[in-house]
Structures are given as structure tokens and as C-alpha cells.
Ligand binder design. Sequence first.
Ligand SMILES: Nc1nc2c(ncn2[C@@H]2O[C@H](COP(=O)(O)OP(=O)(O)OP(=O)(O)O)[C@@H](O)[C@H]2O)c(=O)[nH]1
Ligand SMILES: [Mg+2]
Length: 273
Amino acid sequence: MCDTCGCNITHGNESLIKPGGKLEKTESGREAVTVLHSLLHENDHTAQHNREHFDQHNVLAINLMSSPGAGKTALLEATIQQMGEGLRIAVIEGDLETENDAERIRKHGVKAIQIATGSACHLDAHMIHDALHNLDLSEYDIVFIENVGNLVCPASFDLGQHVNVALLSVPEGDDKPAKYPVMFRTADLVMISKCDLLPILDDFDPERAKKYLRDIASDAPVIALSSKNLAGMNNWIEWVTQQIEQRIAYLEENPLQTGHHHHHTHHDDNAVL
Ligand SMILES: Nc1nc2c(ncn2[C@@H]2O[C@H](COP(=O)(O)OP(=O)(O)OP(=O)(O)O)[C@@H](O)[C@H]2O)c(=O)[nH]1
Ligand SMILES: [Mg+2]
């Protein structure tokens, strides 16, 4: 439950923010919605700024989302081992607490910045903006952002990424796209992770997961993958490589209008935003 995204306003307690409510913080329910709206608007503005910064350096930013423990960090570790040579990778890690995930990444010799969100159950664009102050983007081809493990709130916050990847791990069950449609609809790619467990957890039917995804009007490609035995790893790496190429082609056709970058006159580029 976080302080900012409104996930603490539910049907059961929404009366508390209406006139006469016991914990009334605003004058009306409508104003609470307005606050949320402007908060998201502010976030989108910063996200766009982050995206321009990534684009200035031809860096692809991938936002990885899933429930806690679905295998995001394990996927990044396997990806670094498979692609590390050819591709300059940096990682931004989001967790409520600890440096654990960043330390796992650093063990592979890759730069990792840990964001501790405290009580917030998602990353937002401002946190990424701050993290980018510590990252010289001219040194990288790709930045992976590992979002906080959560299938709900991260889907509502643009960070400035170019693509979203959602992991659905086999132990979670194949109906998750139906239950968490917002998350899975934002995904440009869905990974069925821990697929080495399919023989054991044979209730999980990858075809059914795919059908649930199509039912929520997602046409995202689906890749089954195991970070343990590396099954499906080639498909994932091919997809990532394709995204990088597509982004570079897009930027060649649509050059950035750097004059609009509002910090442009104050700073040189590199690590400064
Ligand atoms: N069998 C199997 N286990 C896996 C796989 N990937 C991850 N795991 C295990 O699942 C657990 C969680 O993996 P993490 O990579 O830490 O998951 P995460 O999504 O980064 O977790 P949070 O950052 O806490 O949300 C660990 O014990 C991993 O070893 C996989 O492909 N197969
Ligand atoms: Mg992790």
C-alpha cells in the first residue's frame, strides 16, 4: 500500500474522503481525484523528460514488471550472462527496502543503481530522474528498470521507458492476465517465467495464459522462459535486440528537437539531466 498512487482509496474507505467522512482530508471526494490526476500528470511530464534523456544517448529503456519473486532479477542476471559481452547494460533496481537486487547485478560486473522506495509500491518518474543523475548514459546501450514487485500500481506510472515487459511466473497460475488486466495490457511483451517448473506445476497451461491475454485485447508476444535452464533465452534476446534496432531506426527518422530539452542551456549532457 503506498502513499501516493491512491491504492489506499478503496470502495470500503472512500467515504472517509467525502464530506462528513471521519478522516476527511479534502473537502470533497472530487478533489481527492483531482489531486491524483495532477500527480499523474506531473509524473508523465517527468517521464517524458527521462525518455528524451534516454533518446539523446540512443539508450533503450526497458521496464520490467511482475509480482514479487516472479524472477525479474534472475532474468536480468541470465541476460547479462548471455548478452553482457556485446551490449553495454545498466540496471536500475526498485524495491521498498534493501540493496539486495543491485548487489546481485553488480556481482556480474554491471552497473546497478538501487532505489529504495520506502512505502511506495511502485517506481515513479521522479525516482528514475534522480537515479539518472548517477548514470552516464553515454556509456550504455540499454537500461533495464526492475520495478517493485507488484502487479497493480507500477502499471499506472510512466517512467520514461520505451517498452514494458511483464513476467508471469508458472507458480502464480495462468489466470493472472484476467485478474490483473491493467498490468498485462500495458505489456509490450509477456514472459512466462520459471517454465522449467511446467512439468511439476502442470495446472499451468501456457496456451490458456495466452488466451487470457488475448481476452483483454493484448496482442503482445508471449515468450516462455527459464532463467534456470535458459530455455527460451534466445527468443528473449532476439526480442531485446530487435527493440534496440527499432528504437535507433525510429530516432534516425525522427531526430530529437534538442532545443526543447528544458535543462539544455544549463548543462552539458552526460550524467546531468
Ligand atoms: N525454478 C526457477 N526458479 C526461478 C527462476 N527464476 C527465478 N527463480 C527463483 O525465484 C525466486 C525469486 O527470483 P527473483 O529473481 O529474486 O525474483 P524477483 O521478481 O526479482 O523478486 P522481487 O525483486 O523480490 O520482486 C528465487 O529463489 C529464484 O532463484 C526460474 O526460471 N526457474
Ligand atoms: Mg528482484
